[in-house]
Design a protein around this ligand. Structure first.
Ligand code: GUN
Length: 287
């Protein structure tokens, strides 16, 4: 039997609709219009697409969007000064520095991200927000892992008590998702490049999340029959061909539910960013 295909578009539309309602409530009840500033340094074409998409989604939902495009030659100090100005700007509730940064300042990524006021850190990358996530008092949570949880919830797939396996231990996906799933009472295993018997461990997962950045790493034999498979990978294998980390054709014959790439959980990332901008605006009202 073929798996249920979890289409990102449907779920993203629901999340955006709920964000739109919250934006309207903030306007009506507090006279606040949430605002997002996205800083993009240089001209990475993939980053430009992502940033345009964020800007467009803000406009759809009535969120103020400021795109700050800075040249490739921007210095660390110039970027820090820009972040300071946005931290002080009352009309901006969320600040996001699009990654990757150009090679010349890449080594300073951590210092740059840490400069964002944690209350405006809509990526959830600031150590204060990471710490809160780990101790279970989350404020702003990274958008892609939050999208994975939201997708499971909206699809009616139970997390509590399940065996979950994550492939990949990045700061952006694997590590925060471990904490989000654990907080929801899953039993979680995180696999990575040094994991022995990956297929055997992956097959334990009733929920299997692939976030390794390696095309077709997850083959059919690595999937437990009936499992929910969430593919976070976005790998460009030809100029116009995107694939995930999962061999979709094989996996869909074994899994119970599966997200496609493109068109899967990736679409929820921007929707969750919009939710984070609204949440940031609320946190700043309370501060
Ligand atoms: N580049 C790719 N993914 C992300 C993300 O989640 N946040 C930021 N800031 N940049 C990215």
């Amino acid at each position: 039997m073929s798996a249920r295909i979890l289409q990102g578009k449907e779920f993203a539309a629901k999340i955006k609709e709920s964000a739109r309602t919250e934006v309207e409530e903030l306007k009506k009840n507090f006279g606040v219009t949430p605002g997002l500033a996205v800083i993009i340094v240089g001209e990475n074409p993939a980053s430009q697409v992502y940033v345009r998409n964020k800007h467009k989604t803000c406009e759809e939902l009535g969120i103020i969007s400021e795109v700050v495009a800075m040249p490739e030659t921007t210095t660390k100090d110039e970027l820090l000064a820009r972040i300071d100005a946005l931290n002080a700007d009352k009309n901006i509730h969320g600040i996001l520095v699009q990654l990757p940064l150009p090679d010349a300042i890449k080594a300073h990524s951590e210092e740059i991200l840490n400069r964002i006021n944690p209350l405006k850190d809509v990526d959830g990358f600031h150590p204060e927000n990471v710490g809160k996530l780990v101790i279970g008092s989350p404020a702003l949570v990274p958008c892609t892992p939050a999208g994975c949880i939201e997708m499971l919830d909206l699809a009616g797939i139970e997390i509590d008590g399940k065996r979950a396996v994550i492939i990949g231990r990045s700061n952006i996906v694997g590590k925060p998702l471990l904490h989000l799933l654990m907080a929801r009472h899953a039993t979680v295993t995180v696999c990575h490049t040094h994991t022995k018997n990956l297929a055997e461990v992956a097959r334990e997962g009733e929920i299997l999340v692939a976030a390794s950045g390696k095309p077709n790493l997850v083959t059919g034999d690595m999937i437990r029959p009936g499992a929910t498979v969430i593919d976070v990978g976005i790998n460009r294998i030809a100029p116009k061909k995107l694939v995930g980390d999962v061999d979709f054709e094989a996996a869909k014959e074994i899994a119970g539910a599966i997200t496609p790439v493109p068109g899967g959980v990736g679409l929820l990332t921007v929707a969750m960013l919009m939710k984070n901008v609204v949440k940031a605006a609320r946190l700043q009202l309370e501060a």
